[in-house]
Design a binder for this molecule. Sequence first.
Ligand code: N01
Length: 481
Amino acid sequence: MVLNVAVIGSGFGGLGTAIRLKAAGVGNFALFERADDIGGTWRDNTYPGCRCDVSSNLYSFSFAPNPRWSNTYSYQPEILAYLHDVATTHNLRGLIKFNHDVTDISFDVSTNLWHLTTSEGEFQARTVVIAAGGLAEPRMPDIEGIGTFTGPIMHTAKWDHSLDLTGKRVGVIGTGASAIQVVPQIAPIVGSLAVFQRTPSWVMPHLGHDVRRRSMRLFKTLPLAQRLVRALGYWQRELLVLGFVKNPQRMTKGEQMSRDHLARQIEDPNLRERLTPSYRLGCKRVLISNDYYPAFNRDNVTLITDAIERIEPHGIRTKDDTLHELDVIIAATGFYVTDNPIGQKVHGVNGEQLGEAFRGEAANYKGTMFPNFPNFFMLGGPNTALGHSSIIFMHESQLHYIVKAIKFALLRGARIEPSAQAAQKWTKELQEKLPGTVWGTGCASWYLNEQGKNTTIWPDFTFKFRQETKLFDESDHEITV
Ligand code: N01
């Protein structure tokens, strides 16, 4: 049987797509999931302290508010439980093909169908939605000798809960969003903790707190109250665009807040100095934590700022020729983002790889569609991620467009793809906005591709993206019936 829609992934993106397709009356579709459970990155990241740095009222579907969030910034188990609730409420599990690892998605010009190769067999679909997630593929550090270490090495996104860290000499590589959450959690139990920092992060005070029962009751009986809280959080975050995008000079105020936060928590001026970034706040992802800096006040935690030379059988050797002896290494080294491997698995009408477009070497349309990839859509495509707000808002915007386009294609039996002209216009205008933004102020970050081009972040207010994706614009597409 030929599916109407093949959706790849069952995290926030995949589940959101399924709900929107059902609501629009589109039937005969399936979600392909490589694992045996839903949840995407929120299923995979189970390291101690894993938590969302966007408030839960905003980091959730607008159509599925959760009045029971126990903290304003939820931890991973509660977010995963939320996704399970959503899947149950919307009766989605029967639509998901679990343990189906998709290895190839190619367009067949003779049938105008997408051909999917999976670990469980072949499938055909009229349209495809990629919802595989931008933070789905953990990146191990490319450090000489990594294979020679005799102890366990684990990535934060693949936490081994059977590994007892009690009393162990542990090294954490990286000081990004994952590291700052895991370091304070494991510091009290390990014997010693060496944190290997290549670049310090800007860290702001965390405003998260437990939600009172009274508020939960209010949100349940009066959903409008929760919608207002969500709206307030949304608009507060939109104001950040004035600094991130319009005038990065404004970030100096935030930098001072972060310096004050550091000064309140770390007394040693030398340590403070080494933890202070030298790039503009926002150029890399801004982090929030109240317990990361204090972890360095513990006697068993050391900040290592000498660059790593190599990994040896018994530890990590830094450039000053010190061997830091370790029992366990934790790689908090992030993900393949601009070079997400999913890009190598998708092939368009001429056999070209999607990866080229995704890396920013070819044009895309609204971060969602690509010339030569007919009836094909990507959630979290180029320049649709955010530094200041909730990615779920962007996914929902994309879904407005995607579902309208899918219905258009299915009702007419049409093949639709953005015209080269429309895609070039979109990509050019977007790239022209980027140089003046905070992400172009000269730091290395996972927002930039190998050529230093930002192919990840949406450089504007998110409501502008919502406007852009409201309607399916036939005139921007090549339509063949
Ligand atoms: O990864 P990162 P992450 N040698 O790429 C360092 C989301 N997230 O997993 O800065 C030495 O930010 C690297 O150093 P440098 C969130 O969107 C969200 O922490 O490149 N160091 C950096 O310090 C986040 O932004 C939550 O110099 C090496 C670190 O490793 C994204 O995931 C929670 C190295 C990688 O930091 C990724 O965060 C957690 C090497 N060879 C994650 N290679 C939420 O709360 C890399 N590094 C939603």
